[in-house]
Design a protein around this ligand. Structure first.
Ligand SMILES: NC(=O)c1ccc[n+]([C@@H]2O[C@H](COP(=O)([O-])OP(=O)(O)OC[C@H]3O[C@@H](n4cnc5c(N)ncnc54)[C@H](OP(=O)(O)O)[C@@H]3O)[C@@H](O)[C@H]2O)c1
Length: 340
């Protein structure tokens, strides 16, 4: 059994904790918070021992009816591996703590590649993570891009990628961020940071990305174009995606043409928290013109990195060395059967 601590029980951390708890070979030994909030009560309901960053706040937690198991350092000492899901930049500050106790740690996409020195995606570089002390699961947008680029590169060879990302303005619970009524170029300069981030996993890929943010909270939408090394057909590409465990096809027959309808669909399918863990590639958009490929894909920002964190744990611990086996185990435990 792999003992996993989740440092930072927020949007990503609470999902990672539930995904870890569902695995037959892993156990959540604790989760951490800095303040009393709704998520701390969810942790209590789930039965996850609650640790806090600042132990002087213990009385405030206990007054709120929340039992505190100890401070974050105590939690780290009990763990075989820590998933650091604290806000971007905090993970870098936590790294010395993991070094002090000689613990393995996984950082998230809000940290720079250099914080871990290795960036992870299960389909692309699982074996390279085996035995590593530190890894970073790349961001939601980068995970979505890497999945589809890696699959296409393996099958047909990718000459270059050009992609536009229409990004959600905030997560659903984030009442402080916007925009409310604007399309914001983010950044206004080209390329955006997403292309170089893809290259931390797939260094050989020629990629340029452009990004903007819009007033929605659920999912990013990517318009992706690739020049391929060999000609293919739309049917071949659809078959490739049908057989990929973390690429789903949003079928034409469903009538879904938006993030809103896709959200309703995942909700009706009974997905926990409406999570779409896989890429949602719109079947109708999949187009091939000789060596040119185009598609639209929806990326659920809160969800796509979750199975990647689980696989990263197994790879770093070295308990499963075959990527496909780990991916199968993770997906089975989550109930992830790609849509389409
Ligand atoms: N949200 C997304 O769409 C998304 C997608 C992919 C990757 N990521 C990345 O995942 C990471 C986490 O993002 P998030 O959206 O999950 O953030 P979040 O919702 O703000 O959650 C962060 C959690 O960390 C806790 N925390 C803050 N400082 C801490 C500290 N010093 N020690 C321990 N816990 C601490 C917070 O607790 P309190 O609330 O009690 O302070 C909160 O529970 C970031 O690197 C982000 O870039 C986010």
């Amino acid at each position: 059994m792999i003992n996993v601590a989740v440092n930072g029980y927020g949007t990503i951390g609470k999902r990672v904790a539930d995904a870890v708890a569902a695995q037959p070979d892993m156990k959540v030994i604790g989760v951490s918070k800095t303040s009393v909030s709704a998520e701390a009560y969810v942790a209590r309901e789930r039965g996850y021992p609650l640790y806090i960053a600042d132990i002087s706040k213990k009385a405030a937690f206990e007054k709120a009816g929340l039992e505190v198991a100890g401070d974050v350092e105590a939690m780290i000492q009990k763990a075989d591996i820590v998933v650091d899901a604290t806000p971007g930049g905090v993970g870098e500050k936590n790294r010395p703590l993991y070094e002090r106790y000689n613990k393995k740690a996984i950082f998230q996409g809000g940290e720079k590649h250099e914080v871990a020195g290795f960036s992870f995606n299960a389909h692309a570089n699982y074996r390279d993570a085996i035995g590593k002390q530190f890894a970073r699961v790349v961001s939601c947008n980068t995970t979505g891009l890497v999945r589809v680029i890696h699959a296409m590169d393996q099958a047909f060879g990718v000459e270059k990628v050009r992609a536009v990302m229409v990004r959600r303005g905030a997560d659903p619970d984030d009442v402080k961020r916007g925009p409310i009524d604007a399309i914001v170029l983010n950044p206004p300069t080209i390329p955006s940071h997403h292309g170089p981030d893809v290259q931390t996993v797939l260094p050989q890929i020629d990629i340029v990305t452009l990004a903007m943010i819009v007033p929605v909270t659920f999912m990013h939408m990517h318009a992706v174009q690739m020049d391929l090394k060999r000609e293919t057909t739309r049917e071949e590409v659809l078959k490739l995606f049908e057989n990929h465990s973390r690429i789903g096809l949003v079928r034409k027959v469903t009538g879904i043409k938006s993030n809103a309808q896709l959200r309703e669909y995942t909700q009706d399918l009974g997905r926990p928290r409406t999570d779409l863990w896989e890429n949602g590639v719109f079947e109708e958009s999949v187009s091939v013109m000789g060596r040119e490929f185009y598609c639209f894909q929806a990326i659920h920002q809160e969800a796509d990195v979750i199975p990647e964190n689980v696989d990263c744990i197994r790879a770093m611990m070295g308990t499963v060395t075959d990527p496909e086996e780990s991916i199968r185990m993770t997906d089975r435990a989550l109930g992830l059967v790609a849509i389409g």
